[in-house]
Design a protein around this ligand. Sequence first.
Ligand code: ACO
Ligand code: KIV
Length: 617
Amino acid sequence: MPMLTDPSKKYNKFTPSIKLSDRTWPDKTIDKAPIWLSTDLRDGNQSLANPMSIEAKTRFWKMLVKLGVKQIEAAFPAASDTDFNFVRSVIETPGLTPDDVWVQVLTPARADLIKRSFESVAGAKRAVIHMYNATSPLFRDVVFRNSKEDTIKLAKEHTELVRKLADEYSQKYGTIFAYEYSPETFTQTETQFAVEICQVVKSIWKPTAEVPIIFNLPATVEVGTPNTYADQIEYFCRHIGEREKVHVSLHPHNDRGSGVAAAELGQLAGADRVEGCVFGNGERTGNVDLVTLAMNLYSQGISPNLNFDDMLSVIDTVSQCTGLPVHPRHPYAGELVFTAFSGSHQDAIKKGFEAQQKRAENGDHIWSMPYLPIDPADIGCSYEAVIRVNSQSGKGGIAYLVKQILGMDLPRRMQISFYQVIQKVSDMTGTEISVDDIINTFKQQYYLEEFSNKGRLALRNFSLEDTRGGGAHTPQDASEYTRVFKGRIAVDGESRQVEGVGNGAMTALLNGLEKQLGAHLSVKSYEEHAIGKGSYVQAASYVNVSDGTKDYWGVGIDPDAAASGLKAVLSAASQACQDNVFPEVKPVSTADAIKNAAAGVVENVKDGVNAAVNGTN
Ligand SMILES: CC(=O)SCCNC(=O)CCNC(=O)[C@H](O)C(C)(C)COP(=O)(O)OP(=O)(O)OC[C@H]1O[C@@H](n2cnc3c(N)ncnc32)[C@H](O)[C@@H]1OP(=O)(O)O
Ligand SMILES: CC(C)C(=O)C(=O)O
């Protein structure tokens, strides 16, 4: 049937039975983690087309224990042998269940199923028996055909049985039992009635402050906005007696997509405990997502008491055990959630990382980063995944990747120039450009192959003479040249002797190139920084040269600062060759240029870069 133009003819607005006018939860904040209960192996399992095998459940169980979950609903043991045997296995297998972990099992209010559930936990150190029956008018009328009194009687009589069996089993096995009672469909139940039935249950169970009774108040189906849930929870917390002997527990489902909000407002309203599933698996749209809840706390500086520092392995385990993928946009865990494609985001993140690093050097480690609510490293993600490049990207993000991978901090104007190169590639392909592609393009553009200069013009060896102290040529005044460059430059692989003079190493080389190749290039700007530390330190040089009509950027890397500057000049000059700047050196395809240059490197390997660095030739 198509959607109705007037849905009011079919759907009633949800109206909660209570509405607090003096609610206090809106003014509260969450200051600590709740008690967590994972129901992945029960609610999460019952909703799968193919429920988990014992092996899958065991793998999941181990992961939950490792994450730090202390209460785990292992199964609905009366449902199947698999479920029953799994509970036996977590109790009997040495090392599977630490002493501080509670094994929880779910049962309906039916005597045979309660008995079977007790049999499943025989010998456990700590066990929570969780019993439920639906309490809302719809279920009372349609499913159970029960009055309110009948519903209370059902809960009362079966709680009596749970009490009796708990006493017997704890005497026999020394098990510490806790009791959880869920008025299923709580949010659609008259809240006063939910309190009434829970008072009766509590009077029979007789909890202590040491082992409180758990009243689990489920949004079995999420039918209202989270504020209505919070009102119901606050009302319940205010009216249930002996509050110190009660743990109020939330069990939100996500039918309206606000399960996380409901759980957070429910905690503001006084709840002590939250039941949910990792990545929000569960019936229909799922149970509330424990990862999001925990990481929301973490991002506020509150320890969730759960450890997601290896999120990728959690994703692997959960998706392999359930057969369900984790959405790429899933909060904190999806593969795209720390990724920025768009230029302005990348620019802000790059600046943010630089500022963060500076603050950290002064002892301030507080995370304050544009667009990234948490540090991806905290959940085991690498920074490389943060910035990815497509046609929406800008110079900042691309420069960030070059810096991350090659350690090269490009001058701002060079960032713009390289960005234009990448933009051409991305316009051509129309797809995302991988980090490898960016780095390869960078190396090709500036003739850097494994950091040796393999341009069309490549440095083989050189010496620099300082003429200030007398030497072969004595300058007449300070503006005159003070350097003489002598060296061998491979021009498309053919080694040529180049000699020139200038007031610095780079200008002397350019002077030599002009004499050899017949065109003048001048240096417009030059920057340099160190890469690496200690004995591995290298100099990275960036030079911008011009023939008077067009600018060319060049890059050089070398352990020797002078050699790195000279390589940068040749890297820029190699690009100028492509524009026919040197009459003698004709443009060739980039691939051919690299091939030629590489051949030249092999040919000249003996008098190669090492000699040049030492300035001995
Ligand atoms: C909101 C939740 O997620 S609750 C958990 C739900 N999970 C599951 O149901 C998974 C496991 N369930 C099962 O394996 C089976 O349903 C069993 C073993 C529990 C029961 O199986 P069956 O005896 O074949 O009954 P069936 O599944 O049809 O259950 C419906 C009966 O249980 C009754 N019932 C349902 N919930 C409860 C409850 N909480 N307490 C007591 N009786 C209940 C129904 O009224 C119905 O009774 P009727 O047969 O007299 O009309
Ligand atoms: C058994 C109860 C807690 C349940 O799963 C629900 O109401 O969703």
